[in-house]
Every structure is written in C-alpha cells, then in structure tokens.
Ligand binder design. Structure first.
Ligand SMILES: Cc1cc2nc3c(=O)[nH]c(=O)nc-3n(C[C@H](O)[C@H](O)[C@H](O)COP(=O)(O)OP(=O)(O)OC[C@H]3O[C@@H](n4cnc5c(N)ncnc54)[C@H](O)[C@@H]3O)c2cc1C
Ligand code: FES
Ligand code: FES
Length: 474
C-alpha cells in the first residue's frame, strides 16, 4: 500500500496555503519527513495528500531582530547547532538540537516539525517554553500569533487548524545576565528518545536571581513549567540550599507515566536530578561544557540548506506517470513509477543501485545513508518525489572511475568490513565527515558516525579506517 496518493512540491508560501485550503484534513505538510513518514508507515496517521514544504523559500531563516530571534520552521536541528546567533542568544535551544537523533536526522529534521509533532519528549519544546516563544500560524484566512504554552493541548495535540501552517517561531533572545541550559536523559547518547528532559534559565542581577524558568519534558502530556520551583529561586543567590529546594519542588509537579523506557517513579526522581544538575551547572558557569566547538554536521562544505526548486508547484501522483527527474552519481535520470516510494526503494528497485541498504527502515541504523544535494540524509525517510530536481550520491558514486575513495581503500586495508551490510552507510557518513573536517578528532569521528550501526566489527576498525583515510589525505 502506498503511503500517500498525491505528492505536491509547492515553491511558495502562497501556493502552499492554497493547497492546504483546497485539500483540508486530507492533506498534511511534510518538511523533513522524519516524524511523518514513520507515522504514515505505522498507520497512526493518514494523509492521502502530502505537501512538501522543504524547498519553499522564506521558511528557513535565522535572524536576530532587535531582541527577538526569528526562526523559520524549516530551520533544521543541525542549523540550530551551527548558528552562532542561536548559540549566543538561545543556547538551550542549540543544546537541545544537538541532542536530537544523530547527524542525518538533524540534517533533515526541522524545528517546525518537532514543534508540530508535539511529542511530550520533543527536545526543542522545553527551551522554547522556557524562553516564552510565540508561534506564527498562517492560512488563506489570515495570521495568528499563539504563545507556545497555549499551543499544546495534549499528547500530540496542538491548536492548529488543518488549513494552517507554522511560518515562524519568535523567541525572546536571552537578556544580559540571563543564562540557560538544556539537559536530557536518554538510554543512549545518540538516537535516544528523552526519558526526561529539562530547560532551565536564570537571570542574575548583581548575584541575585530576578527571573527563573524551568520547563520539563516527558513527565506530563505536554511540556510543563515548574512555577513553584522557579518562585523559590527568585530573590536570592544561586546557592546550594535553593538549588536543592527547587529541584525537589520541580520533581513534585511531574506526573509521568510508566512506559517501555522508564517507570514513573524513576522519571520523577530524574527530574530532581536533572534540575539540580542544571542549576548547579549554571551556578558554576559550566552550562556550556560538553557542547562541541566544531560539531560534525555531515553537510560537507555546504551551509546545510537544501537548494530551492525553481518554477511553480510540481505534482506527483501514485499510479500517474509524472517523472521524477534527478541526477544520481552524476548521471541524469527520468524515473517513472516511483511516485509512491521512498528514495531508498527508488534507488534500489528502479535504478538498480543496491549498494544502499535497507536495515531498519525507520531512521535508526544508517544503512541507507546517501547524500541529497551534498547533505547526508537517510534515504528510507526521504519520499522519492523529494528527489525531483535534486542531486543524489550513493556509495556507487564514491569512487572516481576505477580509483576507490581514500576511505574505501582504508576500510579494505584496516579490515573495517565483516558482513558489509552497514559499510555503504559508514562510507557515506565517513566520506562526508572528511570533506567537512579533513583532520577530525576521535570525538568528532564518533559523533559523525553516531547514526550508523554495525553489529559485526565493534567499531574500532571503522574508526581506525577513518583516521587512516584522514592521515593519507595530508
Ligand atoms: C531515528 C530518529 C531519531 C529521532 N530522535 C529525536 C530526538 O532525539 N529528539 C526529538 O525531539 N525528536 C527526535 N526525532 C523526531 C524527529 O526527527 C523530529 O521531531 C523532527 O524535528 C521532525 O521534523 P521534520 O521536519 O522531520 O517533521 P515532519 O516529519 O516533516 O513533520 C512532522 C509534523 O509536523 C507537521 N509540520 C511540519 N512542518 C510544518 C509547518 N511548517 N507547519 C505546520 N505543520 C508542519 C507535519 O505535517 C507533521 O505532522 C527522531 C526521529 C527519528 C526517525
Ligand atoms: S536508517 Fe534507513 S534503513 Fe535504517
Ligand atoms: S560489518 Fe556487519 S553490520 Fe557492520
């Protein structure tokens, strides 16, 4: 069963709003697709009409306007991580984005998608609740501004009509003396859904706290504020006693559930631990510790923005013969019959490029990693029509003629391959890492391949191969 019937790629906000008005509840916007494709696959959502906004201009800006940070909904997590303005004026948001998934998820997953999915575990929501962000929603009927705290109505429920779209997120920039931190507890460092997360901010004037915000995720149907805990901090210095009291009070407002990741009691106790750690880090001025100065983004020499599509709205129908015209490994292709597939399936079934592997089909293993317009993405989470007008590189395109890529040679020489199923994905991530950071540290390599899983090698030889390829190219 195809996951959608019609796939539109509009090229302006106005065209997008008209399509939403025309198709109503049958339609759904798709940005990075990292949430929506899985929802469609699992049958928790139906959307016969998909409207791909990922190439609509004017929706991916990051700008400081006076004391307000104006963010487009298409800003990806990796662009939040890389932005000096976001790090400077909304640091907890940059930290939260850094903890989302792994590099390829952060390259496609957007801030807007994370906010609209409205998962209680969505990592970017607590920093925006703590900052008091305003969401701008547009439809053909006009524009609305909704404070983020009023936007969430329950688990995955938001105050947004079917014909509306999120067009901007306005975030009050941190004032002088205001500092904040985001903390997340997950079952693993990368690709881990939050068990508990928290954004904590304090404004200090002459050593006295004049304002504090504590926003907690995963412990209620929506992200909540711990107002009583915030209150006990205000009016005094940030010292041990108020930190302990505020952490205890924060744990009391949590109403978590038991689920596969953690029990309710454990979650509640972890709120206490996380808030205490956050406040202690702020007291010691250590909140930026651990945030990488040069994080691997896996977008090579690009700026992480996907190129726009010229012209008017393009339509692809399942069963129709509208072609997907794209360049794969430097060759132009016109593909018919793949309009309802993922890019992974199109590459393998229609173009015979079987080097790209299907492992999990849900973004968790990295076996399907390819480059989309020079940026590392997971082809199992990219609809094939998204490739229309784009340039794709697969593992078959890594070698130059008969000359293997230096990383391919290093994999052979270091014995970094056993069954080989994961190898194309590691090569595509590793080669892009080396393009971006020709001399990566061990830590940067580990972050760069954090989204690629291997069940055979134990990773050591893969890491050594990347180090060897880096050394060879100097
Ligand atoms: C392997 C994996 C790991 C992940 N790890 C994390 C994690 O650690 N933390 C975390 O928070 N999330 C995580 N996610 C979830 C996901 O990547 C993020 O929520 C991402 O930000 C969603 O953005 P998107 O652009 O992919 O959204 P999409 O899937 O394109 O859309 C999500 C929803 O938002 C709607 N939408 C998108 N843009 C707009 C708009 N402008 N206006 C109105 N509606 C809109 C869509 O209709 C859809 O309902 C993970 C996902 C995967 C697959
Ligand atoms: S991440 Fe795409 S198949 Fe596993
Ligand atoms: S070599 Fe077998 S999964 Fe990595």
């Amino acid at each position: 069963m195809p996951l959608w019937e019609t796939y539109y790629t509009p090229t302006s906000i106005e065209e997008t709003l008209s399509l939403l008005a025309e198709h109503g509840p049958r339609a759904r916007l798709i940005a990075g697709g990292t949430d929506l494709l899985l929802e469609l696959e699992r049958g928790v959502r139906e959307a016969p009409v998909l409207i791909d906004i990922s190439r609509v201009p004017g929706l991916d800006g990051i700008a400081l306007d006076g004391e307000t940070l104006r963010l487009g909904p298409l800003v990806t997590h990796n662009r939040l991580v890389a932005s000096a303005t976001v790090r400077e004026r909304a640091f907890p948001l940059a930290q939260a984005a850094w903890r989302v998934g792994a590099p390829a998820i952060r390259n496609r997953g957007t801030l807007g998608g994370n906010l609209i999915t409205a998962s209680p575990a969505g990592d970017t929501i607590p920093p925006l609740v703590a900052a008091g962000a305003i969401l701008i929603l547009r439809s053909v009927r006009g524009e609305r501004q909704v404070p983020i705290r009023e936007f969430y109505k329950g688990v995955r429920q938001v105050d947004m009509a079917p014909d509306e779209m999120l067009t901007e997120i306005r975030v009050p920039a941190a004032a002088p003396g205001e500092r904040g931190v985001f903390m997340k507890l997950a079952l693993r460092q990368a690709l881990g859904v939050s068990v508990v997360n928290a954004a904590v901010t304090v404004r200090l004037e002459k050593g006295i706290i004049t304002r504090s915000r504590i926003a907690l995720g995963c412990v209620a149907p929506t992200v909540i504020r711990a107002c009583e805990a915030e209150g006990v901090l205000v009016g005094g210095p940030l010292t041990e006693d108020p930190i302990v009291e505020a952490s205890d009070l924060a744990a009391r407002v949590a109403v978590p559930v038991d689920d596969i990741r953690a029990g309710a009691e454990y979650r509640r106790d972890m709120v206490r631990v996380l808030v205490r750690r956050a406040l202690t880090a702020l007291a010691e001025g250590q909140e930026r510790g651990g945030f990488p100065a040069s994080p691997p983004l896996l977008w090579g020499r690009s700026d992480g923005r996907f190129p726009r599509l010229a012209g008017r709205t393009v339509r692809h129908t399942v069963g129709g013969d509208e072609p997907i015209e794209c360049t794969v490994n430097g060759q132009n292709h016109v593909v018919r019959g793949a309009n309802g597939k993922t890019l992974l399936r199109m590459l393998r079934e229609d173009l015979g490029l079987t080097g790209t592997k299907e492992g999990c089909n849900e973004g968790q293993c990295g076996a399907c990693t390819v480059w989309l317009d020079g940026i590392v993405v997971l082809s199992c989470l990219v609809p094939a029509p998204r490739a229309h007008g784009a340039q794709i590189v697969t593992v078959e395109g890594l070698a130059q003629g008969k000359e293997l890529h230096p990383l391919q040679r290093a994999f052979v020489e270091e014995g970094a391959v056993q069954c080989g199923y994961c190898t194309p994905g590691f090569l595509m991530s590793g080669a892009k890492l080396l393009e971006e950071l020709p001399n990566p540290s061990r830590e940067q390599i580990l972050h760069g391949i954090a989204g690629n899983l291997c069940r055979c090698t134990g990773y050591y030889k893969i890491v050594q191969a990347i180090e060897q390829a880096a050394a060879l190219s100097h």
